[in-house]
Design a protein around this ligand. Sequence first.
Ligand code: DHE
Length: 518
Amino acid sequence: MIRLLLPLLLVCAFPLHAAEPLPVDELYRHLCAQCHHPERLGGMGPALLPENLERLSKKSAAEVITKGRIATQMPGFEEKLTPEEIQSLVNFVYTPLPASPSWDEATIRESRIIHHGNDTLPSKPVHESDIMNLFMVVELGDHHVTVLDGDRLEPIHRFPSRYALHGGIKYSPDGRFAYMASRDGWVSRFDLFSLQMTAEIRVGVNTRNVAVSGDGRFVMAANTLPRNLVILDATDLSLVKVIPVVDGKGGTSRPSAVYAAPPRHSFIVAMKDLPEVWEIPYSDKARPIYTATVHDFQPSSGEALPVAKGPFPVRRILLDANLDDFLFDQEYHHLIGASRNGPSGQVVNLNVGRKIAEIDIAGMPHLASGIIWPYKETQVMATPNLKEGEVTVVDLKTWKTIQRIPTLGPGFFMRSHENSPYAWVDVFSGPNKDAVHVIDKQSLEIVKTVRPAPGKTSAHVEFTKDGRYALLSIWEMEGALVVYDAKTLEEVKRIPMKKPSGKYNVSNKINRSAGTSH
Ligand code: DHE
C-alpha cells in the first residue's frame, strides 16, 4: 500500500511553487527519483533516458508531467511546478547520461519476480476458449494487454502490462505461455491457461525484443542498453547467460533484433553497428546445418568465422554492411536484410555464412513486417516501406524485384494468411494514415482501400487461425479493433480498445504462418 501511495505522498510533501526555483536535478531528486530511480534507470515507473523515451515526444512528456498518466501511479504536477520547471524536467530526462549505465548479472537476478510458481498453475485452461485461436492485443494507450477469443471475437481477459511493450508477443511452442518485452527491459511470462502473469525479470535498461527457442527451453532478449543478449530459462525466466555484443576488436553494437530459427535450432541476431549476423544455437541438433552443402552462392567479401566453443556458442557471419531490419525465407536458409539508409538489401545464405545477392529494395523497407506467399512458379516476399509509398515485391528464387506497388504513403505493417487471397498493408504516416490497402496476391494490385475511421491512424492487421477474419487496429486512445470478413472485405464488428497496436494469434505465430511475423 505504501508503495502505491508513495508518488502521492512525495507530491504532497513538496512545497507549492517554491519561492526560489530549484535546480532541475533537485527537482528530479525530490519528485521523480523514488519511482524512476536516482539515475533515471526506472523502478516502479519507467526508465527516463533518451533511449527509452524515443516514442514519446517532448510535448507529450510535458503533458504527462503536468497532468499525470491515467491508470498508473504517475501523478500530475501542475499545482506544484511552473511550466518552466516542467520544461526543464523534460529537457533533463531527454539528456543522455554521462556514462552508459550498467545492468549486471546480479541486478538482473535480483529483479526477478515470481508471481505464480509453475507448481501452482492449473493443468487445464480455466476458460472455454480454444487456446490456438486466442489473440493477445497490446493496448499502448493505457499499457494493458487484452486476451481475445478469435472464435467468438470477444475479449476474455485484460491485464496491465509493463510500460511500452514493443515487438511481437512470442509464444511457447505449445502455445500455452506468452512472452513479452517492454522497451525498458522487462520480460514477462503469461499463462494462457490460468490467465495470469507467472514471472517477470528486468534484463536491461533498454530492450529491443525477445525470441523463444523452437524447443521452448529458452528466451533470448536483445538489449540496446547495455549492448548484450540475455538468455533466460523459459520455464521461470531465471538468468542463464549474458552475451555482450562485441567484435573482439573493441567494437560493440546495438542488436537490430533477435529471432528464433526453429528449423536451424538457433537464434539469429543482426547488428545495427557492426556488419555482422550472429547465429547462436540453443541445441546440439544445430551444428550439422552449418556444414550442409549449398550450391547457390557466389563469393563475396563476407566470411563465416568458426563457431566459438561453450554453451550458446556464437557463430559470427561477416557482412559488407550493417543490418537494421531483416526477415527470413520460410526454410530459414536465407536472411534478407537492409540498412535503414542503405542503397539496397542483402541476402545472406545462413548455411554457408555469406552474402549471396543484393536486392533492389531501397528506401527504408520495413523488412521485419515483410511477408511471403506462393506466386506463379515461385515464392515472393513483399515489404512495406517506412519512407516511400510503396510495397516492394521480390522473387525469392531470382532475388529480383518484380513489382513496386504504389500506396497512399509509407507503410509500417503488412499481413496475410495462407487461406486468404489478399495481403493487407497500412499507410501508417502522412495525410492518408487512415487508409489500409488490400492487395490481390496474384495480380499484385490494390483491390480495395478501407478507411474504418476517417482521419485516424489505422494499422496492423492480423488474421484469425483459419484466416476467416482480419483484425485491424484504430491506433487511437479511444480506438478499437475493427474485424473484417477476410473474404468479402466487409466490416463485421468493432471492439473498443485503448490505442491497440500489435495483435498476435497463437496458432499463426507458433505455426510460423508465411503471412505473419515470426
Ligand atoms: Fe517496431 C516490431 C523495430 C518503431 C510497433 N519493431 C518490431 C520489430 C523490430 C522493430 C525489429 C520486430 C521485433 C519482434 O517482433 O520481435 N520499431 C522498430 C524500429 O527500429 C522503430 C522504427 C524505431 C524504434 O523506436 O525502435 C520501431 N514500432 C515502432 C513504433 O513507433 C511502433 C509503431 C509503436 C511502438 O510500439 O513503439 C512500433 N514494432 C511495433 C509492433 C511490432 C514491432 C506493433 C510487432 C509487429 C508484429 O506484428 O510482429
